[in-house]
Design a binder for this molecule. Sequence first.
Ligand code: F0G
Length: 464
Amino acid sequence: MKYIPEPFRIKTVEPIKMTTPADRRKAIEEAGYNTFLLKSDDVYIDLLTDSGTSAMSDAQWAALQMGDEAYAGSKNFYDLEKTIQDIYGYKHIVPTHQGRAAEHILSQYLIKKGDHVPGNMYFTTTRLHQELAGGKFVDVIVGEAHDTTSTHPFKGNVDMAKMQRLVDEVGADKIPYVSYETCVNMAGGQPISIANIRELRKFCDKHDIKIMLDNTRTVENAYFIQTREDGYANKSIKEIVKEICSYTDGCTCSSKKDCLVNIGGFLAMNDEDFFIEAKAQVVIYEGLHTYGGMSGRDMAALAQGIRESVDDDYIKYRVEQTNYLGERLTEAGVPHVIPHGGHAIFLDAKRFLPHIDQDQFPAQVLAAEIYTETGVRAMERGNVSAGRDPETGKNRHPALELVRLTIPRRVYTQSHMDYTAEGIARLYEKRDQIKGLKFIFEPKQLRFFQARFKPLEPVAVPTS
Ligand code: F0G
């Protein structure tokens, strides 16, 4: 079987606009060559992100009608709390409006000025909150994660030798926790293994360091463990998700991904003192601790989404749809990160556009040209996203210069994947004509969201 057929049928459709290459060239110029600044109306297939872009089920839409909008003690909160305890196994939960709000509260509580926070690669908002709390992020992911051609099955793993080196250099008392992410987004959606998390737990117990999970894509990670790790083929996704979480002290979660909702997030922990402080903080920044920035109906849809997300047939279809797009690109010889991640296929802009210097933003221009060629919106994940080093002020020049084709959950069909792969293959044939970009506006923080660029030379890429 080349693909796993959809385990659902379509009940409501949302028309999308077909545009011409000339329309799209104009739109991308107006957007400053930044796909974040395009209007959604001008996009045919939106692969910008898998965040908040899922299609909800009929049961989730029905759950919305059951919203209890009481300011305090909504019944939807108690159902959500019970669901999170059941699926992820944490004792306490604090809802937030999305993942970064949970990161803010966690970072402020656990990090002291001068601390080091090791993690299996940075995520943009996560690292920024660590820095704002006075910490320094230290990358301890395995070396293979930085190599787009390595076939290591668990490129999200922490390198234990790097952890040991950090402890030797700065001392365990300067390391409050390990920031441990499942299906590492910036590495290409690469999973961690149970063997790695067990080893990390042992190490952290020895040094009295916590493990805080970025739980955003744990269900997708569980599918990779089920299909790749010895001893897990007969375990259910639900069992594997619970096992992953059981080795950690708590988590932040952006519910806009795995959990199949358009907005939401939460912080969870086992420690009582942390729970008390997190509740104190959430009321300052988000809302009362029984809604934390979500409405009752949002929490109802989220609880239902979490339950649906751990269905074995659903997650198999989900991850294999992503893999299908990757396989089509492999057939066309388009360079991208392997093994294929769970939520996205990441094109390797350094190999796609070897003639463009990293300071001329190859991934940024590649995302812009994919849009112009096809109407498919992708996202830069390279030098622009990595930002500048706060100490030197220089571009960080990450090893990975990628364009992310992110697949929303339950939204697009197999023919959308074929259309995308064929368009990118066409662009690959004329890659020599793509030229670099320069900044015309550069925001200080999280610059990728709002930066504007212009081509270094007049655009010469003909659209077909
Ligand atoms: N952690 C990870 C691994 C993420 O991918 C994201 C968001 C967050 C935390 C922050 O969560 O957006 O709910 O505040 N990722 C989105 C993306 C933005 O497109 O990858 P948030």
